[in-house]
Design a protein around this ligand. Structure first.
Ligand SMILES: [Ca+2]
Length: 410
């Protein structure tokens, strides 16, 4: 029994073993190196970020069946289906990868184009930079030339400054010489028409205290060298003037004028002078009256007639005219210096003069009175009067002249 029971147990154990081997006979251990390999795919996405994909390559089915031939056929069929599905899956993956690769290739091409554009821009910039470098080189050369030119100009400027200083020194020397010449000219300048010989033209006189001024010379009547100090011709100039006008002078040197009391004072005070008076009536009767002395005082004396000495004349008077006025101050309508307390003779007779009295004396004279037309029956003391020469009417033309006394100069 025991042998039979042992045999039965052995049989059961064998059956169990067979069953177990059948159940596990198709299983087998797969080495690690034969297991499917893991593959990483690195892709750059559109934003330029690198992405990694895990792609597991399954070349073999995960489970190898180890069965009998008939079972093996079934297993192979199953494997084929699995592989077919894997292949299909891999094809889809390949297609996806291909699309991805194509997209990436387009992106790469776009990047290449962009890089090419950048490179072209860089080339252009490099060309522009080179051109600018050439310009800078040219400008540096120009600057060097200008620096050289400026340096030369500085040298020239320094030379010119030295020459200018020398010229300035020469100019100062010339100015000093000119000043000396002016002083000598002033010293030698004519103080009367006597220096101009037979001149009967307007000349420049230079009298100390007055300065250069112009005056007519007269050499046609009583010798040469007379300076005309007063002239009446036609009434073209108003002689009814104030004190300032008579002091400074007025009128036209080619026509009617009065030379001025200040000049008369300076000229007659500088050296002894004689006076020549020319008179003419409307009937063309003329005469010359000479005075051997003629001196006018300063303005402080109101241009007093300090010296007057009758020397002769071609008329029938007794020569008291003007000598009667000796010591008399000059009067104008705005300054009454006469001896007639009732009125201002200059204002009454419309002209400045060395009035003494306004009375109608036989030796009354006023060569600066109002110019009157010929009226032999109309004498009333007004007009251009020299009563000792013509007591009936105003004169048509008169002229007063002075000259340094030649006898005393010699
Ligand atoms: Ca008076």
């Amino acid at each position: 029994m025991r042998y039979i029971l042992g045999i039965i147990i052995l049989c059961l154990a064998w059956q169990v073993c067979l069953t177990s081997s059948k159940s596990f006979s198709h299983l087998e251990f797969i080495p690690e190196e034969e297991q499917p390999q893991s593959v990483e795919m690195i892709v750059v996405n559109e934003q330029g970020i690198t992405e990694t994909y895990d792609q597991t390559v399954q070349e073999e089915p995960l489970v190898k069946l180890n069965v009998s031939n008939s079972e093996k056929d079934d297993v192979d069929a199953v494997n084929c289906e699995v592989k077919a599905e894997d292949v299909s899956k891999m094809k889809r993956q390949v297609a996806a990868f291909r699309s991805k690769i194509m997209a990436d290739a387009a992106k790469v091409k776009e990047l290449k184009d962009l890089i090419a554009a950048y490179e072209a821009q860089i080339d252009s910039n490099v060309a522009a930079l080179n051109e600018q470098r050439e310009q800078i080189g040219y400008l540096n050369n120009s600057i060097a030339i200008y620096k050289t030119t400026c340096s030369n100009k500085d040298i020239e400027l320094t030379d010119l400054q030295v020459r200018a200083r020398a010229d300035a020194a020469k100019l100062r020397q010339k100015d000093e010489q000119l000043s000396e010449c002016k002083d000598r000219i002033n010293t030698l300048a004519a103080s009367s028409c006597l220096t101009f010989g037979n001149s009967s033209d307007i000349q420049v006189l230079n009298v100390p205290g007055v300065g250069p001024f112009m005056a007519p010379c007269e050499s046609r009547f009583q010798g040469s060298g007379w300076t005309v100090i007063q002239r009446r011709l036609d009434g073209s100039v108003n002689f009814n003037r104030n004190w300032n006008d008579y002091r400074n002078g007025f009128g036209d040197l080619n026509g009617e004028f009065f030379i001025g009391l200040e000049k008369l004072h300076r000229m007659t005070a500088a050296q002894p002078h004689e006076l020549l008076v020319f008179l003419e009536t409307f009937t063309f009767r003329t005469t010359f009256i000479t005075f051997s002395k003629f001196l006018v005082g300063s303005e402080d004396t109101d241009y007093e007639l300090q010296q007057i000495e009758f020397n002769g004349g071609y008329y029938d008077g007794n020569g008291r005219t003007l000598t009667y006025n000796i010591g008399q101050k000059f009067s104008t309508h705005d300054r009454d210096n006469d001896n007639y307390w009732i009125k201002n003779c200059a204002k009454a007779f419309k002209g400045g003069w060395w009035f003494n009295s306004c009375k109608n004396l036989d030796y009354f004279a006023n060569l600066n009175g109002e110019y009157k037309e010929y009226n032999p029956a109309g004498y009333n003391g007004e007009g251009i009067i020299w009563k000792e020469f013509d007591y009936t009417t105003s004169l048509s033309s008169v002229q007063m002249m002075i000259r340094p006394k030649i006898e005393e100069n010699n």
